[in-house]
Write a protein that binds this ligand. Sequence first.
Ligand code: NAP
Length: 222
Amino acid sequence: MKKILIIGASRGIGLELVNQLSNKGHHVLATVRQASDIKTLEQRGASPFNLDVSSASSIDAFANTLNDHLFDLIVYVAGVFGPRSDASKQVKTEEFDEVMHTNVLGAMQLIALLAPKIRPETGKFVFISSLMASMQATDSSSGWVYKTSKAALNMCVKAASASYPKICMLSMSPGWVKTDMGGEFAPLTPTQSVQALLQTIEDTTLMDSGRFINYNHDPIPY
Ligand SMILES: NC(=O)c1ccc[n+]([C@@H]2O[C@H](COP(=O)([O-])OP(=O)(O)OC[C@H]3O[C@@H](n4cnc5c(N)ncnc54)[C@H](OP(=O)(O)O)[C@@H]3O)[C@@H](O)[C@H]2O)c1
């Protein structure tokens, strides 16, 4: 049985990670930002915690409740898309701040608190990024705030992997998934995406740290 923490588990990919990992018999701890979602986690057999990754005080309060856990895996799933607009429209500061604080700053603030709590040599710290973060694959500015945030997240993970050489730190794309964010036309169900993500995570080792990879193990160019 492994000890696993899922950050951002109220719905979508995060909740499906909790479902599948709990069903496999692992000890799953998971976070939601709204008290009303705590029950959902309890029903799935997970130990619930409250955490708003865009709030430094919430991050500090969460870290203080974690005690002496040693995790085999932590997955940072929390994310927002923000404005769907492109470079033809001026970005609103509040919208930029919400996306960057959730997708980037939250991850940066949690890395220093959580990376030391991951089992050396075999432990993994995974960050759910997006194919839209790939500079090489980018040919339009549609959703550019989100794209910029996930590219920044990738840099955080790659940079931090040098500071924590004893754990495997990965940026991963879950594919295009039918969730509130992905929408109804996405080709993958959360079940399919998470099955593949978990298999790929299982197959990676310390040698893979700092890589950006797809849910199906294919490398993605930065
Ligand atoms: N779906 C896709 O096709 C797709 C593709 C590429 C990457 N991704 C990435 O996959 C991750 C999960 O996305 P999803 O498709 O499952 O989206 P989703 O259904 O919209 O779920 C987003 C999750 O993030 C949580 N969250 C948002 N802001 C938060 C905050 N400030 N603090 C804590 N939790 C917060 C939400 O909690 P609340 O319920 O409280 O809002 C929710 O649990 C995201 O990082 C997303 O960028 C998704």
